[in-house]
Design a protein around this ligand. Sequence first.
Ligand SMILES: Cc1ncc(COP(=O)(O)O)c(C=O)c1O
Length: 461
Amino acid sequence: MASTSPEAAAAVADPPSVAWASAFADDAPRIDVPVPGPKSLEMYERCKAREFGYFQWVDMAPVGFVSGAGVTLDDCDGNRFIDITHGHMGASLGHANPEVITAVEGQIRRVMHLRNNPNDVRAELMEKLAEITPGDLNRFAFYSSGTEAAEGAMRVARAITGGHEFISFYGDYHGRTTGAMSTAWGNIMSGPRLGGFHTFPNAWCHRCEFGLEPETCGLHCVDYLERAIQSNSHGALAGIIAEPITNGSGARVFPPGYLRGLRDIADRTGALLIFDEHATGLGRTGAMWAGDHEGVVPDVIFFGKTLGNGYPITVVACREEYHEKLYTDGQSSTHGGQPVACAAALASVDIILRDNLTAHCASTGAACLAFMNGIVERHPAVDVAQGRGMQLAFEFVDPVTGEPSPDVATAVFKACVARGVWPSVVHTTIRVSPMMVTSERIALKIMELVEEAIADVERNL
Ligand SMILES: Cc1ncc(COP(=O)(O)O)c(C=O)c1O
């Protein structure tokens, strides 16, 4: 029998979507023109002249993109990047994924836009989702963005409980409409948040808000939360909204028992437990849902980043038994769940299930995290490697003071971009989450490049 190299063996073992998407990275990254190149800057200025508002990553690295293929993204100056942001965890199955394109093209030619009307792809998608959503979360409403879905989830909680108060957590992010912003960590509103919204520390043990150690604290934050609810609530609690693994603060994973603690508090208070799985859902963390790692089933979830592979579609899924009470609640939106979005979603879910990308994310993510923990050992500016599956991030400190450092994180982000790896940055953290269709070989190559970028930054500190 002819012998095969380990690389060839790994390539053979990769599922079809992984083999397809990762092949584009064989000769990437390829930076021929220093980033940002002149054409990028010109494109940036044209956009900047017409947009209001600032977007952190864009203003830090004004690169104009023109096309993408698999795990790569090409800028208008001819550079090729390996994309580990993919929009923002949207194009998880690869840019220009041919199976999603075929589904979208076919549906555009049949019927592109309807308003909630019954149609075949909508029905098929809901039937498929019911097979994979946790517990009996088998009733659905469709939207186009995460923040709308967050609002929709909160409306479910208000309708079911009759309450209007919400508990949310430091480090989580649920979007930029008024209700979602009222759940935020820090004040991201131009003014006060809505009444009845309370934000508390969660179990981020690496920098415990209570200065305790996980081995001995007995999940003090959960006890504290229950007391804090008692002293802040007017008895009108509607929901506890949480990211089971955070995207808002990178990729924080909580200790065993924490999510169960939230479930118990929700049960005791009558609040609904809402999990925001917008980023983590559909397999990215190595389980179909991040809550599955702890066996915790919430009352409502919302998700969507990966669902249409970047084509806008988000879902609120809630318990079967709420159906009658919600019937007249009127969850609906003009573009939510339109047929083309449903077709993109169906194709995406089919790929995830056919290629068992959940298992792929679990094994490739574990290999990445092991490498990342080595990076933590080797580099004093890296405080911690976070994450599970392909939801991964590094948190940075000033190596002299040991204090969390947005400046170091920003410098590492820029150094990655200069080397042709495109991560995302949030405060003191950069997310280094490869697309779900990244092979282990390419994922480890990404981590090596990120380490080189970190070393560059450390040399200049
Ligand atoms: C976990 C999470 N929830 C909600 C949102 C808001 O989603 P959108 O930007 O689609 O409104 C985001 C966006 O990044 C997110 O990461």
